[in-house]
Design a binder for this molecule. Structure first.
Ligand SMILES: Cc1cc2nc3c(=O)[nH]c(=O)nc-3n(C[C@H](O)[C@H](O)[C@H](O)COP(=O)(O)O)c2cc1C
Length: 466
């Protein structure tokens, strides 16, 4: 009999008050406003590790949401991802109180130069003993661009083109600049590093000139586990080439499977194997000891959801709340003299009220379940077997209860069904937890490895994806 497919479980987090469940932070007992207190992260990390989570996945943005209503006021009032702390700086503290928990941190390829980032990630990989992953994003906020010297966002596909060179520099530093046996720490000979095993990278590309050598010696994984959050064609091609774990979504099973298949096809085009890319989705799991308890929680969360928070988060460039609910969206846009082409995702012939209700209540995708532990586990098994999902980033409605409920009620049930390893069974580096023992480093099929041992360093940047 074949073993049942097992789930990979991260908690989805962000160092801010309102990450993705807007309007819920003021609920009594919700811990979210403690996000700037280190104890929040230590308590959470311990809870996750003891509860059987594989990792914590930290989102990030480097700008304020100021498109909706033409300014940052709504986002600030809502605590929407601002204030927001730097996720990389939270990791060492959490690593110090855990042994196995993995850390996925988000960092954008668009604004900061690659050398400093390569150093920070190598540092984190050393300090966590190989438990670090990087969520590659290209950033989407116009304000972020203005924070880093640009007038506006870099266009979408151009961001991915730039990301190609960015990763190329990182791969040269992480994989090619130092040999594994460069550090010899020979006290008698008084030689710490054998200089013949360390080399400049001398990268000269379109946007970056980086001499190297890398300033950190090889860490357990060298290249951190490469996560990528995407859904678009350019993003899919990029993921096929680089990503080991894609963080994506889908409103329906078909949409999710189409996305995943597209990325697996792209992986094959780039000489990788279809199963070199794993898929995790953001999942909402509201569980109670009884169905009733779970549904009560769900009703509470829906009642308190903040439409303003959701609209500001989606950077809606026109404020539909300013129009009577019984106008159609088309009529509202005409009144505002706002071109409908700029909001192609809005349903023009529904009323403003219906559109706003859909945005507020109807946007949850395929990966949402409300119920008792059995109902939840049944549904998660469907995600694994029918949709082809490999893991989830669990959405937090209420900190820490969402994580605690999952740990107390769902994880034991999934373990009983063989859908999660028994306590402590998965260990090693983050890449080993995902791909099995002995897989701490990227497989030879991955493009990063072309620089190993100093090979190919002097060739130009890897060509951009077609
Ligand atoms: C599930 C998911 C999570 C994301 N998380 C972040 C994030 O934390 N920070 C960020 O700057 N962008 C994030 N993004 C945005 C992506 O990096 C990207 O800019 C955006 O999805 C547009 O690219 P795409 O069209 O390839 O999806 C996320 C995207 C998805 C789909």
């Amino acid at each position: 009999m074949t073993e049942p497919k097992q789930l990979f479980v991260n908690l989805f987090e962000m160092a801010c008050v309102s990450h993705i469940t807007h309007g819920l932070w003021p609920l009594p007992g919700n811990n979210r406003e403690r996000f700037a207190d280190l104890d929040y992260w230590l308590e959470l990390a311990r809870l996750l590790e003891h509860g059987g989570f594989d990792g914590i996945f930290l989102a990030d943005v480097v700008g304020t949401y100021d498109v909706f209503r033409g300014g940052p006021e709504t986002a600030l009032r809502e605590g929407l991802q601002s204030p927001n702390l730097d996720p990389l700086l939270l990791v060492p503290a959490m690593a110090a109180v855990t042994d196995r928990l993995g850390f996925g941190v988000t960092f954008s390829t668009t604004y900061e130069p690659p050398f400093a980032f390569a150093r920070r990630m190598s540092t984190l990989d050393h300090l966590t003993k190989g438990r670090i992953g990087w969520n590659i994003v290209t950033s989407y906020l116009p304000n972020a661009a203005r924070n880093f010297g640009l007038d506006d966002e870099v266009p979408h596909d151009e961001r991915y083109r730039r990301a190609e060179e960015y990763l190329d520099v990182l791969y040269k530093l992480w994989e090619g600049s130092w040999d594994d046996d460069a550090v010899i720490a020979d006290r008698e000979a008084r030689v710490f590093t054998d200089p013949s095993k360390v080399r400049y990278i001398d990268h000269v590309g379109e946007r970056h000139r980086v001499a190297g050598p890398h300033i950190v010696h090889p860490s357990p994984q060298r290249t951190p586990v490469l996560f990528q959050a995407t859904g678009s064609p350019a993003g899919i091609e990029f993921a096929g080439r680089h990503a080991e774990v894609v963080f994506t979504g889908g409103r329906t099973s078909e949409e999710f499977r189409r996305n995943a298949d597209g990325m697996r096809d792209a992986a094959e085009r780039h000489g990788r194997r279809r199963d070199d890319v794993r898929f995790i989705a953001m999942a909402g799991v509201i569980v109670g000891r009884t169905t009733e308890e779970a549904e009560d929680k769900w009703r509470l969360y829906r009642r308190h959801a903040s439409l303003d928070g959701i609209l500001a988060h989606s950077s809606l460039p026109v404020d539909l709340t300013a129009f009577p609910r019984d106008l159609t969206v088309r009529e509202a846009l005409a009144r505002a003299e706002f071109p409908a082409e700029r909001v192609p995702f809005l349903p023009l012939d529904t009323t403003v009220g219906q559109a706003l209700d859909f945005i507020k209540y109807g946007r949850d995708d395929r990966f949402l379940v409300v119920g008792d532990p059995k109902t939840v586990a049944d549904e998660i098994e469907r995600w694994l077997d029918e949709d082809g999902l490999d893991g989830i980033n669990l959405r937090q409605y209420y900190s820490f209860d969402t994580a605690r409920d999952f740990a107390d009620l769902v994880i034991p049930e999934l373990r009983r069904r063989g859908r999660l390893p028994q306590e402590g069974e998965r260990s090693g580096t983050l890449r080993e937890r995902l791909f099995g023992d002995g897989h701490s480093r990227l497989p030879q099929r991955h493009p990063a490895t072309r620089y190993r041992g100093g090979a190919n360093l002097r060739e130009g940047a890897v060509p951009a994806t077609p």
